[in-house]
Design a protein around this ligand. Structure first.
Ligand code: GDP
Length: 476
């Protein structure tokens, strides 16, 4: 049997509770209807309203997507600057211009997609990295890739933030650039104030956005979207879990990496612990006095695993291994192999106190980030999926790579404290995340109604500050 398809697992829910359309050819993208193969079905079900809205979105995308009559007309209008005053076009677009590593790109795409649904826009993404090597098309009978002949040179440098700052908005504008990246300024972030949507943003046919952020928690602070978001997501902390599993389907090549690795190394364990290690700034060692960042991170991983009972301790006494001995596999992902070597040796050189067998694996060690190199990004994507099939997850603070794995897998991870804070906190190696959702690292701080800065982590019960980024915001 072909392990990469569902054929021998008929009881699994291949359309994920109706989340996925049944309009696709299965062979061209084996992961689409098989992503649940290695995981128990999620306890979180998509709402029937979300399913309805996805089907409605798919219709809109098919009607307005690349190379349709509507798309061609909207492009002609963009080139000629035509715009009917104050009238909304039937087809409006949100172009995503990718930026940063793969995890950042994925959290941004999910945020853009939610905005596309909320504002009835069609999401198109530039294929900066080779998107088609990584992901299958998510929308039936159409494409989410911005055509290569898109007339970028007809876009004027009209940014939303500048138009608001300089009061230069006018009703004939049919294009705006929206900066929602980590470096966006106060005026750019006024995008999250209701008053600029009705009658302004909503009338603009083409919006192009650049971001590397999970900006969607901010929509949950906007009164105008409240009713719709309550219907779409009765469980607020499942937005990425549902939209991510709806949008992302690894191509057959990436699915091959995932299924071969899983079957070879992970399938037989009774328990799977995923450990995602990302060491951001070696220069942080100035905070750490005597230890190097790697030494400190290793110490944190072990002490978190022992303290939270994720792994057993080792002992010098001799233990018998019997057929009934429990086995646990540890999947490590990291750019370097040093943590893997040390943890693997720890469980080779000594027995565990409870006789449990610990196998340690790491699929790759790419040494440094090589974003947009297709074979490198394919491995990164495969590793995010493999991590998502864990039973328990330990992740690194601040890393969007870990966010993707935790939300796809529906897990609240143990987050390793930032190494500099670990020192200050006198040894709390990790804390449990508040929810499976990613964190919006650089959110707005402005109360749109009161017109002053405020603590947006205190406004509604389901938007709180993140465990790993004090000023960040996340859905809980
Ligand atoms: P972040 O920088 O941790 O938020 O995550 P991103 O995914 O946005 O960027 C990091 C990039 O570095 C990834 O996309 C990979 O290209 C690479 N990378 C980082 N950690 C790993 C890892 O554990 N495995 C692999 N294969 N690549 C990694």
């Amino acid at each position: 049997d072909d392990i990469s398809t569902f054929s021998n697992a008929p009881s699994k829910d291949k359309f994920i509770g109706g989340l996925l359309s049944d309009e696709f050819d299965e062979d061209s993208c084996k992961s689409r209807y098989n992503s649940m193969l290695f995981t128990n079905s999620s306890p979180h079900k998509p709402s029937s309203y979300l399913i309805q809205r996805l089907r409605k979105y798919e219709k809109l995308h098919k009607k307005c997507g690349p190379n349709t009559e509507h798309y061609n007309k909207a492009i002609d209008d963009l080139k000629s600057g035509n715009k009917n005053n104050n009238e909304q076009s039937e087809c409006k677009y949100l172009i995503n211009q990718p930026n940063s590593g793969l995890g950042n790109r994925m959290i941004t795409l999910v945020s853009c997609f939610l905005y596309a649904i909320l504002s009835n826009r069609v999401l198109l993404t530039q294929s900066g990295m080779d998107m088609s090597d990584l992901f299958c098309e998510p929308f039936p009978l159409s494409s989410w890739l911005l055509p290569l002949d898109f007339p970028h040179n007809h876009l004027h440098h009209l940014s939303f933030g500048n138009m608001v700052r300089d009061s230069t908005r006018n009703s004939t504008t049919n294009y705006a650039f929206l900066d929602l990246s980590h470096g966006s300024n106060h005026y750019d972030k006024l995008f999250f104030c209701d008053e600029y949507h009705h009658g302004f943003i909503d009338n603009i046919t083409w919006i192009k956005t650049q971001s590397n952020q999970y900006f969607l928690p901010a929509f949950f602070l906007m009164p105008s979207y409240k009713q719709e978001l309550d219907l779409l997501f009765p469980e607020k902390d499942t937005v990425f879990h549902h939209l991510g599993r709806y949008l992302f389907h690894p191509t057959n090549s990436v699915w091959g990496l995932i299924t071969r690795y899983y079957s070879s190394y992970l399938a037989h364990a009774e328990q799977r612990l995923g450990v995602q290690i990302r060491v951001f700034d070696p220069a942080m060692s100035i905070f750490l006095n005597e230890k190097t960042p790697s030494e400190l991170v290793l110490e944190q991983i072990i002490s978190c695993a022992l303290k939270e009972d994720l792994l057993p301790n080792v002992t010098v006494s001799v233990k018998n291994i019997t057929r009934s001995t429990r086995s646990k596999s540890v999947l490590i992902t990291s750019l370097s192999s040093e943590f893997f070597d040390k943890i693997k040796n720890m469980y080779w050189e000594k027995a565990t106190v409870d006789g449990e067998i610990i196998s340690v694996y790491q699929p790759s060690h790419e040494e440094h980030q090589q974003t947009e190199k297709s074979s490198h990004d394919m491995k990164a994507l495969a590793e995010m999926y493999l991590l998502s099939y864990s039973n328990v997850l330990m992740t690194s603070s601040l890393s969007t790579f870990g966010y993707v794995a935790q939300s796809l897998g529906g897990m609240k991870p143990w987050i390793l404290s930032r190494p500099d804070k670990y020192k200050v906190l006198h040894g709390v190696p990790c804390t449990r995340d508040l929810s499976m959702e990613p964190c919006y690292h650089a959110p707005p701080t402005f109360d749109c109604e009161a017109k002053k800065d405020t603590d947006l982590g205190l406004v509604v019960p389901h938007v709180k500050h993140c465990e790993d980024v004090d000023n960040g915001l996340k859905l809980v």
